[in-house]
Design a protein around this ligand. Structure first.
Ligand code: SAM
Length: 296
C-alpha cells in the first residue's frame, strides 16, 4: 500500500472517484484485489500475500497509473456510504453530495419521510440515487430517468441487485420529455454541470467517464436551467426539488435572482446542492382555471 501510494503521488494521479488521496486509493485497490473487507486496515496488516496476490495488486496499481483509469472502473464497483453499486464506463462513478442529504432522509426539509409516495431521480446514471431514495423513503414509488440507453442498462443491474424492480421504474427520457403527466412529492437530480472551459482541463481520469454525464454547456447550467423552469409542473403541492449543481452556486443565483434557494452544507461545502419547494419555483404550466381567470 505504501508502495502504491508513493507510485500514485510520483505520477500525479488524480483522485475524486471514491477516494481523495493516494494512500486511501492504494489501500482500496489492495484490499479489493485480496478480497478483504474494506472496513478497517489494521486486522489485515500482518497478512503475507502470496506472489500471485502481490502480482494482482501491482497490476491494478499499474493500470491505475499508466491508463489513468478511475479505481471504480478497475474494480467494477463504487460505494455511496454503505451501498455498493456496479459501475463501468457507461456511467459516471457515483459521488453525488445528494447521497449525504438522503442519509438523513432530507431532514429537516422533509418532515415525514413516510409521506413521500412518489419520487423522481432525474439523470439517474447508475441508478444510485434512485436506490437510496427507495431505501430512505420506503413508501415511495420511484421513477429513474436518463437520456442514455447504456446508462439505464447499468441502472437496471443495480436496481435488480437491490431487488427494487417493483418500486423503481427506469425511463429513457431527455430530462422531463417522457414524463408528461407524472407528479412527484420529491425530485432529486445530479445532472451534468461541468462548464465547457473546465471540461477541457479535466484530468485524464475524467475522460474515461461518459462526457454526456459531465458536460453542462458553456456556463454549466444547461440542464439545471431546464430542470428549474420545468419542475413545478411535475411536483405535487409542497413537493421538494433537490439538485446538485457543482460549485456553481453564484452562477445559479445570478441566473435565477428571484428564487429562494436553500444551499445545505455537504462535505463539498455549501455551494453544491440546492433545495427549493414547488411553491417557490416558476410555474410554467398554470392550471387551466387560473390561466382563464387571468385573461378574463
Ligand atoms: C452527473 S451524471 C449523474 C448520474 C447519477 N445520478 C449519479 O449521481 O451518479 C448525469 C447523468 O445525466 C444523464 N443525462 C445527460 N443529459 C441528460 C438529459 N438531457 N436528460 C436525461 N439525462 C441526461 C447522463 O447520461 C448521466 O447519466
Amino acid at each position: 500500500m505504501r508502495h502504491g501510494a508513493r507510485y500514485f503521488r510520483a505520477n500525479r494521479v488524480a483522485f475524486g472517484h471514491g477516494t481523495t488521496n493516494a494512500f486511501d486509493e492504494a489501500a482500496y485497490l489492495a484490499l479489493h484485489a485480496l478480497k478483504l473487507p474494506l472496513g478497517a486496515l489494521e486486522p489485515h496488516c500482518d497478512l503475507r500475500p502470496t506472489p500471485l496476490q502481490i502480482a494482482k495488486v501491482l497490476k491494478l496499481f499499474e493500470r491505475r497509473v499508466t491508463e489513468r483509469i478511475p479505481a471504480a472502473y478497475l474494480t467494477r464497483e463504487a460505494w455511496l456510504g454503505d451501498f455498493r453499486f456496479y459501475v463501468d464506463e457507461r456511467v459516471i462513478v457515483p459521488r453525488s453530495y445528494i447521497a449525504e442529504l438522503l442519509r438523513d432522509d432530507l431532514a429537516p426539509w422533509i418532515a415525514k419521510p413516510g409521506r413521500v409516495r412518489t419520487a423522481l431521480d432525474l439523470c439517474t446514471g447508475s441508478g444510485c440515487l434512485a436506490v437510496l431514495l427507495a431505501h430512505n423513503f420506503p413508501r415511495a414509488r420511484i421513477d429513474a430517468a436518463d437520456i442514455s440507453h447504456d446508462a439505464l442498462k447499468v441502472a437496471r443491474r443495480n436496481v435488480a441487485g437491490y431487488a427494487l424492480q417493483s418500486r423503481i421504474r427506469l425511463v429513457e427520457s431527455d430530462l422531463f420529455a417522457a414524463l408528461a403527466g407524472r407528479r412527484y412529492d420529491l425530485i432529486v437530480s445530479n445532472p451534468p454541470y461541468v462548464r465547457t472551459a473546465l471540461m477541457r482541463r479535466l484530468p485524464r481520469e475524467y475522460r474515461h467517464e461518459p462526457q454526456l454525464a459531465l458536460a453542462g454547456g458553456e456556463d454549466g447550467l444547461e440542464a439545471v436551467r431546464t430542470i428549474l423552469s420545468e419542475s413545478a409542473a411535475y411536483l405535487n403541492p409542497g413537493g421538494l426539488l433537490v439538485v446538485e449543481a457543482g460549485h456553481n452556486r453564484a452562477r445559479v443565483e445570478r441566473a435565477f435572482p428571484r428564487l429562494a434557494f436553500t444551499w445545505p452544507e455537504t462535505s463539498g461545502g455549501d455551494d453544491c446542492v440546492f433545495l427549493i419547494y414547488r411553491e417557490q419555483l416558476p410555474d410554467i404550466n398554470p392550471p387551466a382555471g387560473r390561466a382563464i381567470a387571468a385573461t378574463a
